[in-house]
Design a protein around this ligand. Structure first.
Ligand code: HEM
Length: 533
């Protein structure tokens, strides 16, 4: 991107004319003034006091005071890399154009640059990367038609299906708001009342809840999207990333604790070092396809993100591969300021009616306007690699004007007859689903909260089941008997053996309760409501 040629510095002859001896490495302030003394503030005498007109000091310290932006409210801890996506031109045995007109997929061998950010979810920006948590897997495709963000996780399903529950869920999973001590009680209090989370909890407390690093894990779009072809016809789509040569590897709790004792950044380091030595990680992008209707024949709802689409029925079809071959030049500029969102689609890709997806789509760009700033899309990592021409003007940190070559700079509105921007021509038939329904607040009918959790439990290898039970027993032993009983009920609904093993484990385990639990118990004993202050 070359919007930003550095024309602020006076070079060569100008400087010499100004009588200054500067080299290319001379330290300056941000006004371009050379810094002659970077060790001493200006003071009255050598012992102070300091004077207030120290411009260089004030610029330096006030900038330092603003070095951090708010960390992401979730997914704060992350690592990123650049690379490319290469299309196969087909989906399974068919040309991809049968299902989508999105240009990036059409031609075999066509490459699109990408930026990927991997992350953990709940823990803060300095937390160890060995903690049990889903992992974020967000990909920004800089396509010729503008950006497409596929904001996924490593696991293929999610805890909840209604976006209204998301802030509560995150509060329950984050540390105690009083003590700031993390613990499992909030999480299990919440999920014991949210039975749809049973399947996700089953993955999360198994070794699949601690991938060995960011390279050796899968990715998934989780939500259901649509593909739209040239005729405007749509199909339902789920996206999945399958690691190629590096494979999949997960950790037991013991292995993770051992790594954590030595290194709290092992996953960031692993990704960075692999790319530095030329061992580029690769993933294949696969899709599952369903016709765009309600599928009454299925026992689950295709729009429910707590469900897997059984691969025997809906096979994984390959559409391309991604290679990560370049580390960021600056962590903050690229990895910290990158902004992904589920609303960022290109022609031929569309949303489904998945409620969670719609809630997400509002949330991402909203938080980014706050976290990064209203002109976040002008930053090189976020800006598309194609020309941008809008009539959006101003706002904090506007860096350049998004205008087209030949656009009359006086015209920052549309429509106009004075060389302003013009609307694009529609490239394919629009996809226009028809709705005739009441506006309601209602859960979906086919909730099927436990069945797939049981299938997943049975599909695990025995060592994975052992880990799952032992991790759940360890965490649940800190919770009240009410929470334990409710969770055991859910596990039993999923699979008799699953529930029995967790219950037996809990009988042999005497836990002390964590701080949230103790505070509630104490308040109960004293027969009073907990004082909010
Ligand atoms: C990050 C909201 C569900 C994957 C975020 C952020 C918010 C958010 C506010 C911070 C974004 C930023 O500061 O740039 C939500 C809401 C959800 C939801 C409201 C449900 C209603 C999900 C699901 C997935 C997911 C189901 C997985 C498919 C991610 C990832 C990031 C993220 C990967 C980090 C992106 C990055 O690396 O910058 N989410 N999320 N989220 N979310 Fe979600």
């Amino acid at each position: 991107m070359n919007h930003h040629s550095d024309n602020r510095r006076m070079e060569g002859p100008n400087r010499e004319a100004a009588g200054e001896m500067e080299t290319g490495q001379t330290l300056t302030d941000r006004q371009g003034h050379p810094i002659h003394d970077n060790q001493n503030v200006r003071t009255v005498g050598d012992r102070g006091p300091t004077t207030l007109e120290n411009y260089h000091f004030l610029e330096k310290i006030t900038h330092f005071d603003r070095e951090r932006i708010p960390e992401r409210v979730v997914h704060a801890r992350g690592a990123g890399a650049h690379g490319y996506f290469e299309a196969y031109g087909t989906v399974g045995d068919e040309p991809v154009s049968t299902y989508t007109r999105a240009k990036l997929f059409q031609e075999q061998g066509k490459r699109t640059p990408v930026f990927v950010r991997f992350s953990t979810v709940v823990h803060g920006s300095g937390s160890p990367e060995t903690l049990r948590d889903p992992r974020g897997f967000a990909v920004k495709f800089y396509t010729e038609e503008g950006n497409w963000d596929l904001v996924g996780n490593n696991l293929k399903i999610f805890f909840i299906r209604d976006p209204l529950k998301f802030p509560d869920m995150v509060h329950a999973f984050k540390p105690d708001p009083v003590s700031n001590v993390p613990g499992p009680v909030g999480m299990f209090d919440f999920v014991s009342r949210s039975p749809e989370a049973t399947h996700m909890i089953t993955f999360l407390f198994s070794p699949w809840g601690i991938p060995a690093n960011y390279r050796q894990m899968q990715g998934s779009g989780v939500n259901t999207y649509k593909w739209v072809n040239a005729e405007g016809n749509a199909v339902l789509i789920k996206y999945h990333w399958e690691p190629l040569k590096q494979g999949i590897r997960n950790l037991t709790q013991k292995e993770a604790s051992e790594i954590q004792g030595m290194n709290d950044s092992h996953a960031t380091q692993d990704l960075y070092e692999a790319i530095e030595r030329g061992d580029y990680p690769e993933w294949e992008l696969c899709v599952q396809i369903m016709s765009d209707d309600e599928h009454p024949e299925l026992e689950f709802d295709p729009l429910d993100p707590t469900k897997l689409w059984p691969p025997e029925q809906f096979p994984f079809l390959k559409v391309g591969k991604m290679v990560l071959d370049r580390n960021p030049e600056n962590y903050y500029n690229e990895v910290e300021q990158v902004a992904f969102g589920t609303g960022v689609l290109v022609d031929g890709l569309d949303f489904s009616d998945d409620k969670l997806l719609q809630g997400r789509t509002f949330s991402y760009s909203d938080t980014q306007r706050y976290r990064v700033g209203s002109n976040y899309l002008q930053l090189p990592v976020n800006a598309p690699k194609k020309r941008v021409a809008t009539n959006q003007r101003g706002g904090q940190m506007q860096y350049y004007v998004d205008q087209a070559p030949g656009q009359n700079p006086h015209v920052d509105y549309e429509p106009s007859m004075m060389d302003g921007l013009k609307e694009a021509v529609q490239s394919g038939k629009p996809h226009e689903p028809h709705y005739n329904e009441r506006l309601v607040r209602k859960p979906i009918e086919r909730s099927l909260n436990f069945k797939q959790a049981g299938d997943t439990y049975r599909a695990f290898e025995e060592w994975e089941r052992e880990e799952l039970v032992s991790n759940l027993v360890g965490a649940l032993s800190l919770c009240s008997s009410e929470i334990q009983e409710q969770m055991v009920k859910h596990f039993t609904e999923a699979d008799q053996d699953y529930g029995r093993r967790v219950a037996e484990g809990l009988q042999h385990h005497t836990g002390g309760g964590d701080m949230r639990e103790q505070a509630v118990e104490e308040a109960k004993r004293e027969g009073k409501e907990a004082d909010p202050y």
